[in-house]
Design a binder for this molecule. Structure first.
Ligand code: FES
Ligand SMILES: [Fe+2]
Length: 459
């Protein structure tokens, strides 16, 4: 009767069950902060947010504040936003430009490369001997600029970012590359930030490819909020991918995506006939992309989550979203919206309006999703509710398919029907982080499910 509840005692991912403690337990949450957010690669911002020397953007890694900054020599850094003297935040603004970070407490100052620049009464009170170099801002040891997106890890032994992404890279690329197929070239046109009472993993899991929750969006589908807002077109996106074959793919390191493969020779679907300029732009992008990428242009993105807490919408709308943990039952979502940097102003404005009606705190689709996550979190805190595990058995007993989809080879564990194998894989990896496993384990190198793309193996 008095036995202490083990927050993951009911978890068995081969069986397809996950203890609700994963979403509400304070003990599990503390463990996540220590083992997941100090090791995994985390998204911190985009280079277009800090184009000039001295530009900074205050970001987060887990619960902790970090500063993404471009120094005087134009080198990008990520620093812990905490003074080395007594820990005060040295930067209290969301973003801006500065030549120095001056701590508001006792006024130590740091240059944009993190070095101590000034210490009040240095000669008199520290006898001029304090080793300034040693007391620089704490810099994240691993950082990468991947197609303009900045990612960081606190683990010096973390594998390089592309190894970490593995075969999920191709899908993330679709969200980051220009619409005409040029690599990179995107810019952030705005960031929505909002707090909601849900565990952070509900959101991350949603974008792994949970298409099963489609009934939640019935109202936005009925009114048709897609980019073209064409008369007679139902759905919250345009039906440009109607003829495509949808794929749900899990990757060894715990990432999961929902993408689509167009049929060979798929034509551009005319969508914006009411506006010749917008129509010409998207038609041009479609044709250019086909020319540039050839057969590979047939792979198109929907959504995905890069383990642990960065999700993307690859196309309609197009953004990266980070789910920052606040507590087991509270999350701060930051959605970074992308456009091609050289797109016409009219196209950027057109996309901005669609993004806002779809995503973020006021976005009609995101509101549907959040309502589910926050009620599910709240309901799972109950004493009785916590005795019952969640079900992750969807398509558990179905064999995974050949990686050949519409004649295109797609890598990873591929399904052409809805499945929860991405979620099972994600939580297997999450469990490995909690258990302080080594990087071979965290990357799924020992997982027989990913040893070979063998048709018919269990999920
Ligand atoms: S805490 Fe920053 S100068 Fe004292
Ligand atoms: Fe949704």
């Amino acid at each position: 009767m008095n036995k202490v509840f083990d927050a993951t005692s009911m978890t068995d991912l081969d069986e397809g069950v996950l203890d609700r403690g994963a979403f509400v337990s304070e003990e599990i949450y503390r463990q996540e902060l220590q083992t997941v957010f100090t090791r995994a690669w985390l998204f911190v911002g985009h280079e277009s947010q800090i184009p000039n020397p001295g530009d900074f953007f205050s970001s987060r890694m887990g619960e902790e504040s970090v500063i993404l900054v471009r120094d005087k020599a134009s080198v990008i850094h990520v620093f812990l936003n905490s003074c080395r003297h007594r820990g005060m935040k040295v930067c209290r603004y969301d973003q801006g430009n500065t030549s120095l970070f001056t701590c508001p407490y006792h006024a130590w100052t740091y240059a944009t490369d993190g070095k101590v620049r000034g210490i009040p009464q240095y000669k008199e009170l520290y006898d001029g001997v304090l080793d300034r170099e040693k007391w620089s801002l704490i810099e994240v040891p691993k950082m990468v600029n991947y197609k303009g997106t900045i990612w960081a890890s606190w683990d010096e032994n973390a594998p390089d970012f592309e190894t970490y992404l593995g075969e999920a890279k191709l899908h993330l690329d679709q969200a980051l590359d220009c619409r005409d197929g040029r690599p990179g070239g995107s810019e952030v046109i705005g960031v929505h930030k909002w707090v909601f009472p849900s565990n952070w993993k509900f959101a991350a899991e949603n974008f792994l490819g949970d298409s099963y929750h489609n009934p939640s969006h019935r109202s936005v589908d009925l009114i048709g909020i897609g980019p073209s807002a064409r008369q007679g077109i139902k759905g919250r996106r345009d039906n440009e991918l109607e003829m495509a074959k949808h794929v749900w793919i899990g990757f060894a390191a715990g990432h999961g995506v929902h993408s689509a493969v167009q049929a060979m020779g798929a034509e551009y679907v005319s969508q914006f006939a009411n506006d010749p300029e917008i129509e010409a732009y998207f038609r041009h992008c479609h044709e250019e992309r086909n020319q540039r990428l050839g057969d590979d242009a047939r792979l198109l993105p929907f959504t995905g989550t890069i383990f642990p807490n960065t999700s993307y919408h690859g196309r309609q709308p197009r953004n990266l979203c980070v789910w920052h943990p606040h507590s087991p039952t509270e999350t701060e979502g930051w959605r970074f919206f992308f456009v091609d940097a050289d797109a016409p102003t009219k196209v950027k404005d057109f996309l901005r309006r669609f993004y806002m009606r779809y995503s973020g705190p006021a976005g009609m689709t995101e509101q549907d999703d959040m309502e589910n996550w926050l009620y599910a979190t709240k309901a799972s805190t109950g004493t009785i509710a916590r005795r019952y595990a969640f079900n992750y058995q969807l398509a558990r007993d179905q064999a995974h398919l050949d990686p050949e989809v519409n004649g295109l080879t797609v890598r990873g564990r591929v399904n052409t029907k809805m499945t929860e194998h991405m979620a099972r894989g994600y939580y297997r990896r999450w469990k490995a982080y909690l258990d302080c496993a080594d990087w071979d384990e965290l990357l799924g190198r020992n997982d027989p499910r990913f040893a070979a793309t063998k048709k018919g193996s269990p999920q």
